[in-house]
Design a protein around this ligand. Structure first.
Ligand SMILES: [Fe+2]
Length: 386
């Protein structure tokens, strides 16, 4: 019974937190989709709700009547096994359902979940509720980064919250942490919650290496820009060089050179670039090129995991040199939830750590985030290794 209460409390807190993250928005902000990767906030609120409806209520609540029969089509993200859906690029066309209807949908499903768990429970139901909670927390991070993209690409640069701090100042001096050659344990042991892509705890061999205790800063990155980093092909992968030229990239996302002075759009509006803060919103291509220019490299995800106890992390998602691949013995879940992680294990890089947008206690040392190398709307940065 205590367990029921605890997880239901966490469920309710999680539902509330998503809405809190949207509280500073105007109604118009909820609907915009400036690029395919950025979903409208309204869609995130509906999709996280649909997840509980689809995977719990439809399955375990015998007399459940869906809030609206069209919502599975509107709010299914990528689950082929669940059926047809609005394609990702068209989420911004959804002027309906209205924001108010989506909030009503949230309340309806939240209440029905509480009713369901008050009436009956099972191990499988708890596991699905837990996944639903962690799924919603992932979308809470996306809510903030998508809101940042929406407001940060508005020519008026409106702020999200005047006091929102995305830059924890750090005045530590750099230490190169040494790790000895050896056999190390990687991955989650399965005690407590983790996603399936972390399972398959296994041993790997690492040659000796060093890793910095600090993230690369804006000042560091500015030096790379000023020394021609973006105009020297030799630091870039061919794919990165093509991407840079095609998209005319010459600085991290949200950097604006205004009359010769560098500014940065943050969730508190357009600010002067603070040199001491960790660089953010860079692609893997840029992280790699920066490391090349320094004559250094990115750590692999294994090097990161082995060393992470000895440095502070969680301010920026850190690009690693590792491709996103299954661990030995990786097994997809049965049914639609097997589509959660496994089908993305191609052409993506692993990011480790977490960011200022990640909900508290959502990430962990074995957490494997993954994105295409060109993407930079998340709070992405880098740490160097050698
Ligand atoms: Fe999702």
């Amino acid at each position: 019974m205590l367990l029921t209460k605890t997880i239901l409390d966490t469920f309710l807190d999680t539902r509330l937190e998503s809405e809190k993250r949207c509280a500073p928005l105007q109604t118009e902000d909820y609907v915009v989709q400036p690029i395919e990767d950025v979903s409208p906030p309204k869609w995130h609120l509906g999709h996280t709700t649909w997840f509980f409806e689809e995977f719990l209520l439809q399955k375990y609540s015998a007399d459940y009547i869906p809030f609206n029969d069209d919502f599975s089509f509107v709010f299914n993200s990528y689950y082929e096994s669940v059926g047809k859906r609005v394609i990702r690029a068209n989420r911004g066309n959804l002027s309906r359902p209205s924001v108010a209807e989506v909030y009503d949908y949230r309340k309806y499903v939240t209440d029905k979940i509480v009713d369901l768990f008050s009436a009956k429970t099972s191990k499988e139901m708890f596991e699905l509720l837990e996944i639903g909670i962690h799924h919603e927390k992932q979308h809470q991070e996306l809510l903030l980064t998508d809101i940042k993209y929406i407001l940060g690409n508005n020519p008026l640069f409106p702020f999200y919250k005047e006091d929102w701090n995305e830059d924890p100042n750090s005045d530590n001096s750099e230490i190169w942490l040494s790790v000895a050659e050896g056999i190390y344990s990687i991955g989650h042991t399965g005690e407590g919650f983790c996603f399936d892509n972390e399972l398959g705890n296994h041993q790997i061999y690492l040659p000796s290496y060093e890793i910095s205790n600090l993230l690369v800063t804006n000042a560091d990155f500015l030096e790379f820009i000023q020394e021609g980093g973006y105009s020297s092909f030799e630091y870039w992968h061919a794919e990165g060089w093509d991407w840079l030229n095609k998209n005319q990239i010459s600085a991290p996302l949200y950097w604006h050179n205004i009359d010769g002075t560098w500014h940065q759009y943050t969730l508190k509006g357009l600010q002067l670039l603070d040199p001491n803060n960790p660089v953010s919103h860079i692609s893997y291509y840029e992280a790699f090129a920066y490391a090349q220019w320094r004559g250094l490299r990115l750590p692999t995800e294994f090097e990161w995991e082995v060393a992470q106890e000895n440095f502070k992390w969680g301010d920026r998602w850190e690009w690693t040199e590792s491709a996103y691949l299954p661990y030995p013995g990786y097994k997809k879940a049965d049914g639609a939830l097997g589509e959660y992680n496994g089908k993305f294990m191609v052409n993506q890089k692993v990011l480790r750590g977490g960011s200022v947008a990640t909900p508290k206690e959502h990430t962990r040392a074995t957490y494997r985030n993954f994105f295409h190398p060109k993407l930079r709307w998340q709070y992405t940065g880098l740490r160097l290794a050698r």
